[in-house]
Design a protein around this ligand. Structure first.
Ligand SMILES: [Zn+2]
Length: 222
């Protein structure tokens, strides 16, 4: 029996962490209502929303992102599930439409292998309002049109580690995770926040990430 590598990809906000970075940040700077208005505007594509929200953050010190992400606790069970997956030979990472400073912080805390995220531009420690978005839907013709196409980044990481897409697990809590959750060998909706992601076959309705181990075969071999 030769064990082979597998891949587990996590959404960050509301999945690996018990809260949302942009909520913590926007509340602190009185931008919460403006951010919500943009998020709820169904007339624009997701990546445009990301650009508009980034422009609201112009002038804020970059270190505030670090303070905000530190104020959001890890999801219960996250350390347990990551350590079980790593022991079973999984590569683990975050694919998020949040910001690289925050994703890097969470990835380091949990000892993950990678993260894909947006990158806020910063000049002399101050957020400029511009943002670099990895996109990806343009390359694979994905319907999501968000700043970080999670399906594209799931496929890219699987290719990078030479892992079959059937041997991937993806988990997330909102519509923005749907393209990835649908594509993964095992797709899981975690505490689903909207109708779209609730279509998923595998659903966890309890705020404990360790429950995802119930959907995964940890004793695989090839
Ligand atoms: Zn997509």
């Amino acid at each position: 029996m030769v064990s082979k590598l597998k891949l587990a990809v996590f959404d960050m906000d509301g999945t690996l962490i018990n809260g949302r970075l942009i909520e913590a940040l926007s509340k602190k700077f009185g931008l919460y209502t403006k951010v919500k208005e943009i998020q709820n505007d169904s007339s624009i594509f997701g990546y445009i929303k990301t650009q508009k929200i980034a422009s609201l953050l112009k002038g804020i010190e970059e270190k505030e992102i670090m303070l905000a992400i530190e104020s959001v606790p890890l999801m219960e069970g996250s350390q347990q599930v990551i350590s079980a997956l790593k022991k079973a030979g999984f590569k683990t990472g975050i694919v998020t439409d949040s910001y690289s400073v925050a994703a890097n912080n969470v990835a380091e805390k949990l000892g993950l292998d990678f993260f894909s995220s947006n990158r806020l531009r910063v000049s002399n420690g101050i957020i400029t309002g511009d943002i670099d978005m990895p996109l990806g839907w343009d390359k694979i013709n994905c319907y999501c049109k968000i700043s970080v196409c999670k399906r594209y980044h799931l496929e890219r990481q699987a290719m990078r580690y030479n892992i079959d897409i059937q041997d991937t697990v993806a988990i997330g809590d909102t519509q923005s995770d749907l393209c990835m959750v649908e594509r993964a060998g095992t797709g899981i909706a975690f505490m689903p926040k909207d109708k779209q992601i609730s279509r998923c076959n595998n659903i966890i309705n309890r705020p404990n990430l360790a429950d995802m181990l119930g959907f995964i075969d940890l004793n695989f071999s090839s």
